[in-house]
Design a protein around this ligand. Structure first.
Ligand SMILES: Cc1cc2nc3c(=O)[nH]c(=O)nc-3n(C[C@H](O)[C@H](O)[C@H](O)COP(=O)(O)OP(=O)(O)OC[C@H]3O[C@@H](n4cnc5c(N)ncnc54)[C@H](O)[C@@H]3O)c2cc1C
Ligand code: SF4
Ligand code: SF4
Length: 466
């Protein structure tokens, strides 16, 4: 009997390091690690030792015998990953990696970290590991630490949200000071930090919604940002309160995991009889074809597993193209076809939320109708009329005075060293990590190797300066 990695694995690779059989792949540094959605366990090599279960901070590994009905497909998905690969049932050779310490032990380095999300946490952990004398000051604009792990990650992703306990040790270390409610760029300038600290590491994320270019409607009644809904729900005070009816028909613009988070929220709040109750039909407009869609397989299967929800495909949208035999695309193609926007109103059976996926629909205009609804036109020439539109079209890093942000919405950098947009030259003492460095993609655990890369560069720079 093997162990199995579940869909909410966030690739921090803690399990890889402890597996005595080297059966968890792709490992950091191996081909396919960056693009893999999760890691997988090779059932041919696993000896059921449970070391990985204990190491996993997200509770994302289970023995096969303990899988619930909805988790069963993950056993096949783990096995499928290794179908073409030779078995690697041999102990991992322990390579000794040289890790540059952070300056000399006698240096009392002062490092400022901007932000307190997952990237900051992994950065602080890595800095503490490399120096006993370092002093770290974390500046956080909100009253709480955790960044999007606390404010964005959905409440039903319990295993991921539990990773907040990883913050206890590094942020509780007596070499670390946390300054809350202080926005860098507003309450204290970047230039000031650069004069007071040996290095400034920007871990400020990318949580500013990417604006749809062709918008004639302001955010407000009828048009919402997905992230505002999710943050309000996570704040635990009163939850999201729309300024008008969301339904019965709603459009979700964008088809990444955040879009699917909002749909799960709609389905679950309907069950509780709350705000999203009014929505009975939601169409997800994906700019891309199914084979290039931005949601991950586990987000898609979570949607299919929702109770009181039917998921259909709009056959007049772009169909799955190349690679349609891949399991995910096969399952998308097999969705029942929907007639969207039947003239006589939503057609979902009573008590059901109908979700229609429509691919190849790049939005060219989002406006309001005279009747108070929204009208969304796409490159296919179609106009979708609905009671509300929820935008989930990605994120950019917010501009902070003294920090470059390029046209992709990230802080330009070379291996974590911030560079000038104009000259391409490094800006002395300025580093970046996490979503601000890579753009808004990747889960909580992806920030671990990202932080390691930035701190490695910082350590090398300090060494060459000495
Ligand atoms: C809605 C949503 C759901 C997600 N769900 C999952 C999931 O289920 N599983 C998963 O693995 N990943 C999920 N992610 C991805 C995960 O949240 C990110 O990988 C991670 O949070 C990125 O970490 P970060 O530290 O770079 O940025 P953030 O988490 O955004 O942290 C940035 C921090 O910097 C602070 N900050 C910003 N600017 C300033 C400033 N000027 N001064 C001081 N402080 C500042 C912010 O307040 C914040 O605390 C989700 C993301 C979103 C948006
Ligand atoms: S149970 Fe043991 S052998 Fe199997 S994947 Fe986990 S650590 Fe490796
Ligand atoms: S979350 Fe981390 S430890 Fe858990 S399975 Fe994924 S990579 Fe392994």
């Amino acid at each position: 009997m093997t162990h199995v990695v579940l869909g909410h694995c966030c690739k921090d690779a803690s399990c890889v390091r402890v597996c005595p059989q080297n059966c968890i792949h792709p490992a950091p540094g191996e081909a396919g690690f960056e693009s893999a959605e999760t890691l997988f366990i090779d059932p041919r090599s696993c000896i059921d030792c449970t070391a990985c279960v204990e190491a996993c901070p997200a509770s994302a590994i289970k023995p096969e015998w303990a899988l619930t009905l909805t988790e069963r497909p993950y056993a096949a998905r783990n096995a499928e990953f290794f179908e073409q690969a030779p078995a690697k049932s041999r102990p991992r050779s322990r390579r000794i990696r040289f890790e540059q310490p952070l300056g000399r032990p006698s240096d009392r380095l002062r490092i400022a970290v901007v932000g307190s999300g997952p990237a900051a946490m992994y950065t602080v952990r890595e800095l503490l590991r490399r120096s006993t004398s370092v002093r770290i000051t974390v500046f956080e604009q909100h009253g709480e630490i955790g960044g999007l792990l606390r404010r964005g990650v959905s409440r039903d992703h319990v295993g991921v949200r539990d990773m907040i306990r990883l913050f206890d040790v590094p942020f509780g270390d007596d070499r670390v000071t946390i300054i809350h409610n202080t926005e860098v760029g507003v309450d204290v300038s970047v230039d000031h930090l650069r004069t007071r600290f040996d290095a400034v590491v920007l871990a400020c994320g990318a949580s500013q919604p990417r604006r749809l270019g062709p918008t004639t409607a302001d955010r407000g009644e009828g048009v919402y940002e997905a992230i505002d809904i999710l943050v309000a729900e996570n704040s635990g005070v009163s939850g999201f309160r729309p300024r008008g009816p969301l339904g019965p028909r709603s459009l979700v613009i964008g088809a990444g995991n955040v879009a699917f988070d909002v749909i799960r929220w709609m389905a679950k709040t309907r069950d509780r009889g709350a705000a999203a109750e009014a929505v009975t039909e939601v169409v997800v407009l994906s700019r891309s074809a199914p084979d290039r869609a931005s949601f991950t397989p586990s987000a898609f299967y979570e949607l299919l597993d929702l109770e009181n929800t039917e998921v259909l495909i709009d056959r007049s949208g772009r169909p799955p193209g190349a690679g349609a035999d891949a399991p995910l695309l096969r399952d998308i193609s097999a969705l029942p076809a929907a007639d969207i926007w039947a003239a006589d109103g939503p057609t979902a059976a009573a008590g059901l939320l109908r979700v229609v996926l429509s691919f190849g629909q790049e939005v060219t205009d989002l406006g309001k109708t005279e009747a108070g609804g929204v009208a969304v036109t796409t490159t296919t020439g179609r106009t979708f009329l609905a009671d509300s539109a929820i935008c989930a079209t990605g994120f950019t890093t917010k501009q902070i005075d003294g920090i470059p942000v390029d046209e992709r919405g990230v802080v330009p950098n070379r291996r974590g060293r911030v560079i000038s947009i104009e000259t391409g030259e490094p800006l002395d003492g300025l580093y970046v990590v996490g979503w601000a460095k890579r753009g808004a993609s990747g889960g909580v655990g992806d920030n671990r190797s990202c932080a390691s890369g930035t701190v490695t560069q910082l350590a090398a720079d300090l060494h060459s300066r000495a």
